[in-house]
Ligand binder design. Structure first.
Ligand SMILES: [Zn+2]
Length: 110
């Protein structure tokens, strides 16, 4: 599939170039010139749509956040997710002496 795209693109581009040359220097009656131009525009439009579809969409970068809370006070802190994190996991002691636990793990676009 991927190998076919450049061939197709080259084909379309050379078609466009050929039409452009015919349009500019070819012996065409005035009526045919307008038709030629319309077809050329249509091909260009198709080409634009085609290339836009073929280009990979940029993936939004994601970040996983771990929210840590204290069982005894309202201390709350956020840090990047680490392997082994899970909700309700005990992760240490708070300054107040209470136990710290993971309250939430969520994903954000960054
Ligand atoms: Zn605390």
């Amino acid at each position: 599939m991927k190998a076919r795209i450049p061939t197709l693109l080259i084909l379309i581009v050379s078609m466009v170039l050929g039409m452009l040359v015919t349009l500019l220097v070819g012996p065409l009656p005035p009526n045919a010139r307008i038709q030629h131009l319309l077809v050329l525009l249509l091909v260009l439009l198709l080409l634009a749509t085609f290339t836009q579809r073929m280009l990979p969409k940029p993936r939004p970068r994601r970040r996983t956040i771990t929210v840590i809370k204290c069982l005894s006070c309202d201390m709350r802190l956020e840090r990047d997710f680490r392997e082994g994190d899970y909700v309700f996991k005990r992760v240490g002691k708070c300054r107040c002496g209470g136990e710290l636990y993971i309250d939430m793990i969520y994903d954000i676009e960054s």
